[in-house]
Write a protein that binds this ligand. Structure first.
Ligand code: SF4
Length: 423
């Protein structure tokens, strides 16, 4: 077994509060071994399982090696989720009998040299609300879970690239991550300023070559780009710089990806479902008229209604979004193996976009309830909807989505979107 240190997110608390949300919104893929174990557990109507229906289902086409997932109920919830929101496998056979994906959630583990960085998925409402014990209090349980997923030869993994042409060792890579954490945690200035400063200096890093910069010179370089961001982004930037029409178009297409619900029930809606999705994407690309509600949480409201100011965010809302960014950065949950193998700079640009995406969705939730300002509950719900996809929806890792992020960064629309939707 590989021995490793844990890099725990000190800011974050969590415990399961049995909301059952993860068992309703995620598609649970299982291994062949897990499939056999679950099938052999002998589920019957006495356990509350509908007879004549398999508890596991095959995924993919007939021409591929079979992959398996847990079957679902009519509402999209897992076949093992009972009326009280509890897991039948857990209740009957104990926690260890559940699929690994269920035991791990909402944790995510990312090797970094001889250390494993621990992240959490903000699709879980208890994570967004910071409810439960600290990560230090759960250290031994977290280590046990990490041991079941980390590769044997941890030290062989390379650090993510910094930009498309540069890759450094783990120690140097960590300096970049620490610098990003430092910029994002400077709560003396509003979140909009911190994000724009971070985008500013990471853009410079995206263009840099490091072959002549080693050791203290690399650290000096990081200090200089951070200073230049401080000098160029004043403490109170102009917040009403509108994104360009093209920037808005790319952004709406991105929001459409983040607003979808991809449960197993949604996968079975067939041709009609795909036709509806195409129509929705067409409406998002036009950005006129009413927004098609992509899941039950949303109402149909005019696109134009979401362009008004809904903020600014208050201290509690700032804490949620800041904690989200800091946990993802510290745990490397934004680049490399944890995020479609993209370099540090591109990964941070994608992560920064989650903030305007979340606030667009929060506007949508507020407008759907007839309000013209967001509440903390809107932001909590919006962040859990957005983070459900971030790093987990294959569509976000495809070249079209990655090109859109690149164009938003190159055109200068990315910082404008951050300012526009944080207002
Ligand atoms: S097996 Fe249990 S924990 Fe896993 S999704 Fe189903 S109900 Fe939830």
């Amino acid at each position: 077994m590989a021995s490793f240190n844990l890099n725990l997110p000190v800011l974050q608390n969590w415990d399961c509060h049995n909301c059952g949300g993860c068992c309703k919104q995620h598609l649970i893929e299982i291994t062949d071994v897990e499939r056999n174990r679950i099938v052999n557990q002998g589920w019957t109507a006495l356990d509350g399982i509908v007879q004549g229906k398999s508890v596991v289902e095959k995924m993919g086409g007939w021409f591929r090696r079979p992959r398996w997932r847990l079957a679902h109920q009519a509402d999209g919830g897992c076949v093992f989720l009972d009326d009280r929101g509890l897991c039948r496998i857990h209740a009957k056979f104990g926690e260890a009998a559940k699929p690994l994906a269920c035991r791990i959630y909402p944790f995510a583990f990312h090797p970094e040299g001889q250390t494993v960085a621990v992240s959490l998925r903000f699709s879980c409402p208890s994570v967004v609300k910071n409810l439960g014990r600290t990560m230090f209090q759960q250290q031994s349980e977290i280590r046990r879970l990490a041991t079941s997923v980390v590769p044997q030869e941890l030290e062989k993994g390379l650090a993510p690239q910094i930009n498309p042409s540069e890759r450094l060792g783990w120690q140097e890579f960590r300096w970049f991550v620490a610098a990003l954490g430092e910029t994002l945690s400077d709560t003396a200035v509003p979140l909009v300023v911190r994000l724009r400063r971070a985008l500013h200096w990471t853009e410079l890093v995206g263009q840099a070559k490091f072959h002549k910069l080693q050791g203290h010179r690399l650290r000096e370089f990081l200090g200089l780009v951070q200073e230049s961001a401080h000098a160029d982004i004043p403490e109170l930037p102009e917040l009403d710089q509108e994104p360009t029409p093209l920037g808005r178009l790319y952004f709406r297409l991105l929001v459409a990806q983040y607003s979808r619900k991809d449960t197993s029930a949604d996968l079975t809606t067939g041709l009609l479902g795909r036709w509806k999705l195409l129509q929705a994407i067409w409406k998002f690309s036009r950005g006129k008229g009413n927004i098609p509600p992509l899941q039950e949480a949303f109402r149909s409201v005019p696109f134009a209604a979401l362009e008004m100011p809904y903020g600014p965010i208050n201290g509690e809302q700032d804490e949620i979004l800041t904690r989200y960014l800091r946990v993802k950065v510290q745990a490397l949950h934004f680049c490399g193996a944890a995020y479609y193998d993209v370099p540090f700079v591109e990964g941070f640009q994608s992560l920064a976009l989650v903030v305007p995406v979340t606030l667009w969705i929060a506007r949508w939730l507020a407008a759907g309830s007839g309000r013209s300002g967001w509440t903390t509950e809107d932001i909590i719900k919006a962040l859990s909807i957005a983070d459900h996809h971030h790093g987990y929806s294959p569509a976000l890792g495809q070249s079209a989505a990655r090109r859109r992020v690149q164009m938003l960064a190159d055109s200068g629309d990315l910082p404008r979107l951050v300012s526009w939707y944080l207002r």
